[in-house]
Design a protein around this ligand. Structure first.
Ligand SMILES: [Zn+2]
Length: 315
């Protein structure tokens, strides 16, 4: 009887210990730590990023780029190569020097609505534009924006495999989220665009401006990871109801802010891809960055820089 009791006690003690070890193992981050959150930060470890993106390559880009340069802002400019040199468009000769320090990107050769074209014509419009812009700027052009913002699954299928790594729509989100799909990239807001569509509607004008500045202030005050993607056309700020003073006011509001990373659309695309391609060890105590870009992350609430091409021990 006594020996049976001893065996039972021994068994209970054994299973209790085993169970305790199992629970301990689960709670020990060195053994299982899939619950440790990993968050992306923007380049230089910043929590905010600003993309300024303008379409069409109108001559008014000369004034726009000068303003951006004055305020230390960087932009992405989507151009129709076959329109360059025609009335109201920039010349091919000035593209490289005008957009120095900014990104030149595609917008198709002739600005058709891609959803109305056959697959082969979509491919032609996108590839010809890439090829000619690359000849003008001397670097690979790897992104675009859709003319009129128009796209669908057939267009996306046609441009996949043409070396286009991101493509922007005009479906404003009015939020600061990260792109969900690079080929259906939705911006945050149109820079004073709608005001020009209803030129005599002053109430609408002030509503649009109020919404724009509200969003800008929300971005400046934001505490969490925030991407403010602003797009437009320089020609919208010309003519009657001239908006250049408003454009400059906005540039002043967002410029020279140490919390903001000023980046091109391609720059952010490459950065997000580098982040997504980080290689973590199973227990998340080490990480390798295979890219040529320094990646900034927060792991378990602590900020780290994972230098380009390095393996880092995390502690
Ligand atoms: Zn356009």
């Amino acid at each position: 009887m006594k020996s049976k009791m001893k065996i039972i006690i021994a068994l209970v003690a054994f299973y209790t210990l085993t169970l305790a070890n199992a629970i301990n193992a689960q709670n020990n981050p060195a053994i299982v730590n899939s619950s440790i959150p990993i968050e992306m930060l923007f380049p230089q470890g910043k929590s905010k990023a600003l993309i300024l993106s303008f379409d069409d390559g109108n001559v008014a880009d000369r004034h726009l780029v000068k303003l951006m340069n004055d305020y230390g802002l960087v932009g992405t400019f989507h151009l129709n190569s076959n329109k360059l040199g025609t009335k109201d468009y920039l010349t091919k000769e000035e593209i490289k020097s005008l957009y120095k320090g900014h990104e030149v990107s595609g917008h198709t050769s002739n600005h058709p609505s891609l959803t109305t074209l056959s697959k082969i014509d979509v491919i032609y419009e996108v590839l010809e534009d890439r090829k000619e812009l690359e000849r003008l700027v001397d670097y690979p052009v790897r992104g675009m924006s859709y003319p009129f913002g128009n796209t669908n699954d057939l267009v996306i299928e046609a441009i996949s495999g043409l070396g286009i790594e991101y493509a922007r729509t005009v479906g404003d989100t009015y939020n600061f989220g990260m792109p969900i799909d690079f080929l259906k990239w939705q911006p945050t807001i149109h820079l004073f665009g709608k005001t020009n569509y209803i030129p005599n509607d002053t109430a609408n004008d002030s509503r649009e401006l109020a919404q724009f500045y509200q969003l800008t202030n929300d971005f400046l005050k934001a505490n969490s990871l925030s991407l403010f993607y602003v797009w437009g056309h320089s020609w919208e700020y010309e003519g009657p109801g001239n908006k250049w003073a408003e454009v400059e006011k906005f540039f002043k509001m967002v410029s020279k802010n140490p919390d903001i990373c000023y980046i091109t659309q391609l720059g952010l695309t490459d950065y997000i891809n580098a982040y997504k391609n980080l290689k973590f060890s199973v227990d998340k105590s080490m990480v390798t960055n295979l890219s040529s870009i320094d990646v900034f992350v927060k792991i378990g609430g602590k900020a780290y820089t994972i230098e380009a091409g390095s393996t880092k021990q995390l502690n």
